[in-house]
Ligand binder design. Structure first.
Ligand code: ZN
Length: 80
């Protein structure tokens, strides 16, 4: 009996709900994570909330929300 339990590695797991913004520590929503991936880095493991992202890239939060809606309409799985 040398079989081992196949446990998923942490780095293979999708981001957990309850991630916090790396700048202000606010709890992140899917839209925050999705936008960060779209606007900064698809492979990011740490994310900013929409407010910090807005400041960071110099795009208004209204504009970011509008973009998120567009991505969603295009069927982007990052926004559901
Ligand atoms: Zn933030």
């Amino acid at each position: 009996m040398s079989e081992r339990w196949a446990r998923p590695k942490a780095e293979e797991m999708p981001p957990l709900k309850g991630e916090l913004c790396i700048k202000c520590g606010k709890k992140l929503m899917n839209i925050d994570v999705g936008l960060h991936k779209k606007m900064i880095n698809r492979g990011a493991r740490e994310y900013m909330c929409i407010d910090c992202l807005s400041e960071y890239i110099g795009v208004s939060t209204d504009e970011l929300r509008r973009k998120a809606e567009e991505f969603k309409k295009m069927g982007c799985m990052l926004f559901y």
